[in-house]
Design a protein around this ligand. Structure first.
Ligand code: BGC
Length: 384
């Protein structure tokens, strides 16, 4: 967190209020199972919880002192992974034998709240969330001095899954381009495996495999996943994608203090930011390709890590400006679309843009905590 060496901005109370109402909204909507719904109202997401969204939501709640909420989500993840131990063993064995299982037999990206695979068709094979949950649960335990033992069996299985399969092409954060190996996906996996390796709960054999997978992933990114000195959207691509910001901060695989991290933040800002709002990537047509408040918050986290506090606040303010009169943050806003001819087809298919999106609230909260806007002690839940 940034030291409070200066006066808080005059709009700090309003910014704090949205952070506090975000905590309340996430707590109110968290399912009894521990699952965080992606959005309670959006037709295509209703009833589902994603490992990706959820891991970042749990990280935000953990950073705001909501220990039990975050732990409950990690328990939910753990239950899902443990229930699939045979599937993971089969996936790892087939990969080791050089005969990997087809994509449809890999683990899905989202689950119903009771931990079942979804019945609807989805772009399900995505690896990033499994890395992100590993990273987030280890961070959570470190932050609050918790014993990781309770999650250890699921952690070990997730390590096996990722070590066996990290190099496979799969859908990205945006559930697109399944034929590519995405650099932000690799970054999430590296962050998770690195956290697991440093966690003291991994046995020596796994630890060796885990550490060498991290080395191989980082080497792959450096050799094939950069362009003009910045991280690239996928291996061999010249473009950027705003999801790469997470690899810089908070995952810190290539932190902003390193050239590659710095250059990535600069390239994303140059290509994808328009008056503080960030697009996902330049060819985005989902709901016309608007600007995503959660991405502005990732950018804000990178600025905060670089000590650029004013610029981080600009991102926080812009994200806050996207809330509706109920204080609900959307998935995206459409003031500055990349392709306005593509809005109608999505509205027809799924209805208006998701709002509230819990991941947007979580990233707002995470940045607010980082900037000292949200008083963690005051908002703290039960910490046992
Ligand atoms: C986004 C995903 C997200 C999901 C649920 C999709 O539209 O592309 O990144 O996980 O919504 O929020």
């Amino acid at each position: 967190m940034i030291e409070a060496t200066r006066m808080p901005p005059t709009d700090a109370p309003a910014l704090r209020e949205l952070a506090e109402s975000s905590i309340a909204l996430i707590e109110r909507l968290q399912d009894a199972s521990g699952a965080y719904p992606a959005s309670p109202t959006f037709s295509a997401y209703r009833g589902y919880s994603w490992f990706r969204d959820g891991a970042f939501i749990a990280d935000a709640m953990s950073s705001a002192g909501r220990v039990e909420s975050a732990s409950a989500f990690f328990d939910w993840c753990s239950g899902i992974v443990l229930a699939r131990s045979e599937q993971i063993a089969r996936i790892a064995a087939r990969a080791a034998a050089g005969d990997p299982v087809p994509d449809r037999d890999m683990l899905p990206t989202r689950f119903t709240f009771d931990g079942a695979d979804g019945a609807d068709d989805w772009w399900d094979f995505q690896l990033d969330g499994y890395g992100t949950w590993l990273w987030a649960v280890v961070e959570h335990a470190r932050r609050h001095g918790l014993d990781l033992g309770r999650w250890h069996p699921a952690l070990a299985l997730t390590v096996d899954y990722l070590v066996s399969s990290w190099s496979r092409p799969c859908f990205d954060w945006w559930e697109e381009s399944a034929d590519q190996v995405h650099v932000s996906t690799l970054g999430c996996i590296a962050a998770g495996l690195r956290a697991a390796a440093a966690s003291d709960v991994i046995d020596p054999i796994r630890l060796g495999a885990c550490s060498s997978a991290v080395d191989d992933i980082l080497d792959t990114i450096r050799r094939r996943g950069t362009h003009n000195g910045h991280l690239a959207k996928w291996l061999g691509s010249p473009d950027v994608d705003a999801s790469l910001l997470a690899v810089v901060s908070p995952l810190k695989v290539f932190p902003v203090s390193q050239k590659l991290g710095r250059a990535t933040v600069d390239a994303v800002e140059t290509d994808l930011a328009f008056s503080n709002g960030l697009h996902r990537y330049l060819r985005d047509t989902f709901f016309g390709g608007g600007q995503w408040p959660l991405l502005s918050c990732f950018l804000g986290l990178a600025h905060a890590a670089a000590g650029l506090t004013d610029r981080a606040f600009d991102q926080l303010r812009w994200a806050a400006s996207t809330a509706n009169s109920e204080g609900e943050l959307p998935e995206q806003v459409g003031d500055q679309l990349l392709d306005s001819s593509r809005v109608g087809e999505w509205v027809e298919r799924w209805g208006p843009v998701a709002q509230p999106l819990l991941w947007s609230h979580a990233m707002y909260l995470r940045l607010a905590v980082e900037l000292g806007v949200c008083d963690v002690a005051a908002s703290r839940g039960v910490t046992a």
